[in-house]
Design a protein around this ligand. Structure first.
Ligand code: GRG
Length: 303
């Protein structure tokens, strides 16, 4: 049953997000200073520091704070997560994958640096992210750091991003997919990293098992709703508004939520998932305010 959780109207999500983004952007910059080979660092920094909503690191910090710990202890992990996400965007845009030419408001990585360097920039961001967690996580028992490494490696690998992408490519051009297949693809391709972002913050903060289970449910529902909203905006929004190519799903004849369920039903499903995600947080009271507001803002991005 969905519990009604009233949003805290006094919470200024816009101000919260700006502050968090600024902190994450500054830390990302410091974790990826130029070294040799300069061309490789340039390509890595080009996509990583190009902006982006920084949703995943913000979720990680918010989940850490929900446990009562300081967000600061999760900052290296939050930045590592953004590196893994950026790697997936660079690789997703490659000609062998989605063949995108515009991302985060600028030409895609391979358009700027060529395919070889784009692949290596993605690989380097992935490897660098784990080095960052191992070297820079302080004030946390090593067991928690190890659990975070396992959580993120799982999310990036065959059970997460990579596996979801393989499934997605395999189903290209098939318009008769069932909603269950679509859910499986997106749970891995998009949901796994969002889930791992929330869980990593909770693990670092020392969450107990029931807290982790509730946050995992919240993150799963949020992750699926996020992909549904992304699919809807690919149909209804513009390249200028999103900073990335739109309409590509239809031209690649991809099965998406709007193509399988229709726009209205997709929207209804996203709203239901967000309502359920919010009720997963009911027992946390005020400590869940940022996570609640983030879920709410996802639905508002459709209006
Ligand atoms: C090499 C281990 C390995 C994995 C790569 C390419 C790939 C496998 C997976 C693709 C994953 C992918 C790009 C999923 C789409 C997720 C999505 C909706 C991205 C958009 O996220 P936003 O809106 O983007 O948060 P910004 O730019 O704001 O960060």
């Amino acid at each position: 049953m969905t519990m009604n959780v009233e949003p805290d109207r006094s919470f200024d999500l816009g101000a919260y997000l700006s502050l968090r983004r600024a902190r994450i952007d500054a830390t990302l910059e410091s974790f990826l200073a130029f070294e040799e080979p300069r061309a490789l660092y340039e390509a890595m920094r080009y996509s990583l520091l190009a902006g982006g909503k920084r949703l995943r690191p913000i979720l990680c910090l918010a989940a850490c704070e929900l446990t009562g710990a300081r967000a600061e202890i999760a900052l290296p992990t939050a930045c590592a997560i953004e590196m893994i996400h950026t790697m997936s965007l660079i690789h997703d845009d490659l000609p062998a994958m989605d063949d995108g030419d515009y991302r985060r408001g600028r030409p895609t990585n391979h358009k700027m640096y060529g395919e070889a360097l784009a692949i290596l920039a993605g690989d380097s961001l992935l490897a660098h992210s784990f080095e960052l967690i191992a070297r820079h996580t302080v004030g946390v028992p090593a067991k928690r750091t190890l659990a975070v490494v396992a959580e993120l490696a799982r999310a990036a690998g065959p059970r997460g991003l990579a596996g979801g992408q393989v499934e997605d490519l395999a189903h290209e051009g098939k318009s008769d997919l069932g909603a269950d297949v679509l859910e499986d693809i997106h749970t891995r391709k998009t949901g796994a990293l969002l889930e791992a972002s929330v869980l990593s913050g909770a693990i670092l903060g020392g969450a107990d098992a029931p807290t982790k289970a509730r946050l995992r449910r919240y993150a799963r529902r949020l992750g699926l709703a996020f992909q549904i909203v992304d699919d809807i905006l690919d149909v209804t929004s513009s390249r200028e508004a999103l900073g990335k190519c739109v309409g590509k799903d239809a031209s690649a004849r991809k099965a998406t939520y709007p193509s399988v369920l229709g726009l209205a039903e997709s929207r209804r499903l996203a709203e239901m998932l967000i309502a359920d995600a919010r009720s997963d947080l009911a027992c946390f009271g005020d400590r869940a305010t940022p996570l609640l507001a983030l879920a709410e803002s996802l639905i508002q991005s459709l209006s």
